[in-house]
Design a protein around this ligand. Structure first.
Ligand code: UDP
Ligand code: MG
Length: 322
C-alpha cells in the first residue's frame, strides 16, 4: 500500500522549507504506509524550484514535476494526481494553511471506506470581509443556478481513493475546477472540519482576478442556467407586450377608445418593438442552448462512472479494484 501526497507550489520560497521540515515531514514519518510526495512547481519565478530540487536530491520519495510556466493551481493538482501511483492521493497546499497534522485523520477516514474525504473550512473563522462575502455570493449563485451538491467551505485538502483517481484521470476538460468535478463524479464522500490556518510566509497568489476567473469557470462548467435565464426574460417580455398589444388593438381600433386612453402611434410602435425584443431574447437563448450542448460534448466527460467496488461479475475484469 502506498499513499501519494500532492502539493502544488507557486512562489513559496519563503515558507516551503519550513513547512516541509517542521510541519509536513514529521507527520509523513508517522504514516504507516509507504509514501511518495509529488511537488508540482507551477512555474514559480522565485527560488522555490531550487528548494524542492534540493529536497528531492536527498529523498527519493520526493518527486518534482515542474511546469514550463504558471498554469494555475487546478491544473497543477491535476498533473500531480495523474503522476501519482499510490492507492490513495492526498492533496494539500504548500503554505501551511491546511494543517498536516490532520493527514492521519484523512487516512483513517479513507481506510474506513471514504472514497473522497474532503476538508471543510470552519464557519467562524476570521478572514477578510470581502473574501467571506465573495465566497457567500459564489455559493448562493451556484445554488440559484441549480448546482445543489456543492458543499460550502469544501477545500482542496482532500484524500481520494485510487478508484476515484482513475476516473478523474479520464476527464479531459480544460477549464476545470477540481472541487466541482469531484462533486460531479459522485462516490462516497466524507467531510472533516478544520480551521484554515495562517500562511507561514509569503502572500496568497490567488488575487481577485484569479478568484473571479475561477468562479466564472465553475459557473460555466457546472451549470447552463444563465443561458436559459434570458430566454425566460424574453418569454415574459413577449407575452406581456403581446397582451398589451391585443388590448390596444381591441380598445382603440375595434371599440373606438371607450376608455379614452388615446393611444398614440408612438406607444403602439414601442409595444411592437418590445415584442420583437422579447422574440430576439428567446431566439438567442435557444441558440445558447445549442452552444451549451456543443460545450458539453466538447468537455467530453464520460457518460457515467461505474462504482467498481460495488459492481459484481462484470466482463471487463476490472471489478477487483481496491
Ligand atoms: N498555487 C499554485 N498555482 C497558482 C496559485 C497557487 O500552484 O497559480 C498553489 C500555492 O503555492 C499554494 C496553493 O496553490 O500551495 C494555494 O494557493 P494560495 O495559498 O495562494 O491560495 P488560498 O490559500 O487563498 O486558497
Ligand atoms: Mg493559501
Amino acid at each position: 500500500m502506498k499513499i501519494s501526497f500532492v502539493v502544488p507550489i507557486y512562489n513559496e520560497e519563503k515558507g516551503f522549507r519550513d513547512f516541509y521540515t517542521k510541519m509536513l515531514l514529521p507527520e509523513l514519518e508517522k504514516v504507516k504506509y509507504d509514501y511518495e510526495l509529488i511537488l508540482v512547481d507551477d512555474g514559480s519565478s522565485d527560488g522555490s524550484l531550487k528548494i524542492i530540487q534540493d529536497l528531492a536530491e536527498k529523498d527519493k520519495r520526493i518527486k518534482v514535476l515542474r511546469f514550463s510556466r504558471n498554469f494555475g493551481k487546478e491544473i497543477a493538482l491535476t498533473a500531480g494526481i495523474r503522476e501519482a501511483i499510490g492507492n490513495a492521493v492526498l492533496t494539500m497546499d504548500a503554505d501551511g494553511q491546511q494543517p498536516p497534522k490532520l493527514i492521519h485523520e484523512f487516512i483513517q477516514k479513507w481506510e474506513e471506506g471514504g472514497e473522497i474525504v474532503i476538508g471543510r473550512r470552519g464557519k467562524f473563522e476570521k478572514h477578510g470581509f470581502i473574501a467571506k462575502l465573495g465566497s457567500k455570493c459564489f455559493y448562493k449563485i451556484l445554488r440559484m443556478m441549480g448546482v445543489k451538491d456543492t458543499v460550502p467551505g469544501s477545500t482542496d485538502f482532500r484524500i481520494i481513493d485510487r478508484c476515484v483517481v482513475d476516473e478523474y484521470n479520464k476527464l479531459t476538460e480544460h477549464g476545470r475546477i477540481t472541487r466541482g468535478l469531484m462533486d460531479w463524479m459522485g462516490f462516497k464522500k466524507v467531510y472533516i472540519d478544520y480551521t484554515y490556518g495562517n500562511r507561514l510566509a509569503g502572500r496568497p497568489s490567488y488575487n481577485f482576478r484569479k478568484l473571479f476567473q475561477l468562479a466564472i469557470n465553475s459557473f460555466v462548467s457546472l451549470s447552463s442556467t444563465p443561458l436559459v435565464l434570458f430566454g425566460w426574460i424574453g418569454a415574459f417580455i413577449t407575452v406581456a407586450s403581446l397582451i398589451l398589444g391585443i388590448f390596444v388593438i381591441i380598445e382603440e381600433f375595434i371599440m373606438a377608445d371607450p376608455l379614452q386612453l388615446r393611444w398614440t402611434g408612438t406607444t403602439c410602435l414601442s409595444i411592437f418593438i418590445t415584442f420583437l425584443i422579447g422574440l430576439v431574447l428567446i431566439s438567442q437563448s435557444i441558440t445558447a442552448l445549442y452552444i451549451s450542448h456543443i460545450h458539453a460534448e466538447a468537455q467530453g466527460r464520460p457518460l457515467y462512472i461505474v462504482d467498481h467496488k460495488n459492481s459484481r461479475n462484470l466482463n471487463e475484469g476490472k471489478t477487483k479494484k481496491s
